[in-house]
Design a protein around this ligand. Sequence first.
Ligand SMILES: [Zn+2]
Length: 224
Amino acid sequence: MIEEIAPQLQRLSFGPVADGVNMYVIGDVLVDSGVSWSAAKLQLALAGRSVTGHAITHAHFDHQGASHFIAEALGIPVWCGEGDRAALESGDPTTVLPKPRGAAHRLARLLAGPAHPVSRALREGDEVGGFTVIESPGHTPGHIAFWRADDRALVLGDVLFNRNPVTLRRRLAEPFATFTWNPAVNRASARALAALGPELICFGHGAPLRDPDAFQRFVTGLPK
Ligand SMILES: [Zn+2]
């Protein structure tokens, strides 16, 4: 499914659950690639389109699973935040996970997509597909978000969920603690993103949110 959310901002989601895992196309840049097992669907969805680069919000399997496949298929460079670069390039996602090692590490390693070289680390203020990169660490050390001031559109990866990808409950929530490198740092990133005043918020999990007040209320209510 491809949904036109705003000009030069499209959302891709391949089910089996609606909004379970989202990818985006901003300008001519693919943001995130979903899980490895939907790689063929992603390639089909992008057929005939001009996609010249691939940015990854963070190095978790549901965001980089098909990255190697699609970057090879389209011959495009891969970009991510510096703090997640080693995880993407080594194929070992455990470096961006919280300690202690345990079931989450085993699951993350099992489901991770193949390693792929990162052409360029994205930094705060870089321009990608008409959006500005915002460093938003916490869920992972190198997590990044994308902001377009013109229409106050924000693609925030997994800084917050708008649908729980396991229980499928539709509501704003913090990402799973077991997969979040530093929850306190992630909350600080959520507050910094809310301070931009976004009016259209796009998540890694869940439907886009066009209720800025609900977003602000949720972020204000996060523990300090
Ligand atoms: Zn995710």
